[in-house]
Design a protein around this ligand. Structure first.
Ligand SMILES: N[C@@H](CCC(=O)N[C@@H](CS)C(=O)NCC(=O)O)C(=O)O
Length: 231
């Protein structure tokens, strides 16, 4: 059974949704990243990057497989499920990969930096907040253009590109975004949110979601010296 080392953050939630959509048997191994569990020797043996999500598949290709990076995990899970959630035709497949990479290289990192500077940084640096806020809006604009012409990111079919992007579009108020300004993104968001697999995925570890501000110990693990020690 696939072990899923994870926590209920956008990158973890992508994998939770994909597992539910694909109906792949799995066991959840919670990694409390605020408590520093990502630095445990057990987890570092799976991923040198000490970030969730990561998986271990004892029945991987040619032997047990350890895999990190949520985009690579989504592709792996799709292949494990006979290619479901990636369009079968070449043009659709490349569209899916393109939007998956757009999420991995653009939406995730830029939204993450916005969050860091707007919410967590001890000093409020105007330049950084403005830069990432502009990027958040620009990226919503790119998604708006795409979703005005296609039902889903890869085209007419729902795919892992939508699964990768959806958890970052939820809770737009956290990024100062009003989805009313991006009506096609809103329609797509609402359509994706209605899927039973998505709703089941959102329940995984939902009780572990932080409600309240981060403690100093959590900040130290995520942004302090603990984060940057060589391992
Ligand atoms: N590019 C990576 C990013 C993973 C990532 O940043 N994970 C965050 C949670 S969303 C994490 O584990 N943070 C723990 C830390 O910063 O120590 C992926 O998509 O898997």
């Amino acid at each position: 059974m696939i072990e899923v080392w994870t926590w209920p953050t956008p990158n973890g939630i992508k994998v939770h949704i994909a597992l539910e959509e694909l109906g792949l048997p799995h066991v959840i191994k919670p990694v409390d990243i605020g408590a520093g569990e990502q630095f445990s020797p057990e987890f570092l043996a799976i991923t040198p990057n000490h970030r969730i999500p990561a998986i271990v598949d004892p029945d991987g290709p040619g032997g047990p497989l350890r895999l990190f990076e949520s985009g690579a995990i989504l592709l792996y899970l799709s292949e494990k499920a006979a290619g479901r959630l990636v369009p079968a035709d070449a043009a659709g497949r490349y569209a899916c990969l393109q939007w998956l990479m757009f999420q991995m290289g653009g939406v995730g990192p830029m939204f993450g930096q916005y969050n860091h500077f707007a919410v967590y940084a001890p000093e409020k640096i105007e330049y950084a907040i403005t830069r990432y806020s502009n990027e958040v809006r620009r990226l919503h604009g790119v998604l708006e253009k795409r979703l005005a012409e296609a039902d889903y990111l890869a085209g007419p079919e729902y795919s892992i590109a939508d699964i990768a992007t959806f958890p970052w579009i939820r809770n737009p108020d956290r990024r100062g975004v009003d989805l009313a300004d991006y009506p096609s993104v809103k329609r797509w968001h609402d359509r994706v949110a209605e899927r039973p697999g998505v709703q089941r995925g959102l329940l995984i570890l939902a009780d572990k979601q932080r409600s309240g501000p981060m403690t100093d110990a959590q900040k130290e693990n995520l942004f302090g010296a603990t984060q940057f020690g060589r391992r």
